[in-house]
Design a binder for this molecule. Sequence first.
Ligand code: PEP
Length: 249
Amino acid sequence: MRTPLIAGNWKMNGSADLVGAFGRAFAEAELPDGLEVAIFPPFPYLESARRAFAGTPIDLGAQTLNPLHSGAHTGEVSGRMLCEFGVRYALVGHSERRQLYRESDEQVYDRLLAALSVDLVPVLCVGETLEERDAGRTMEVVLRQVGFVMSRLEPEQRSRVVIAYEPVWAIGTGRTATPEQAQEVMAAIRDYQASFDAELASAMRLLYGGSMNAGNAAELLSQPDIDGGLVGGASLKVDDFLAICQSAG
Ligand code: PEP
């Protein structure tokens, strides 16, 4: 059995008030047994989130990290620093970082290695653009992104990676992949992984991301290869995010 994970990526949104509201709501919330929940706030909120989420099931995640531990890299944050704030997860390869900040597969790999080196759980984001889907290249693109990273890792490292399939055309657009579309790609990711190691593939957690909301989460999460969600917009509303968590039971 794989442990389900619902992760909220706040991107460059949120506020100190929102941190407090999540802390209060989740301190009292009834959640499905065994569900893991994580919020990825912007860096400045990590310390207040750590305090507000103590006593709740919410773990902390970081939206990115630098591949290095320290140095002359103005504006950057390292994995070691994140660990000082109790951060457990780190996103790598989010499509916004790939597109807006031109992160290559190599850079994604370097960041993922940095996360592993300080025992953060990397959440590797992959997904095709609409143009790539329309050209029938979805599997090629997604498996290239997965393969670039996973084929370079040792088996023990691979076992610590969570993969989030996020079709770029579904992120922030309100256009969700159908459960069948998501399941098809996520089964292919698991099959690809099984070509290295079947046991690891069946234990690997795969999240779906892309306009997941309180109305569509249950159906997406009921697919056999979907073990959780990476939620953007709907993770900024306490009630919606709570409802998504509750549908992961
Ligand atoms: C995301 O940013 O990872 C995401 C899935 O966003 P949204 O839920 O808003 O599509």
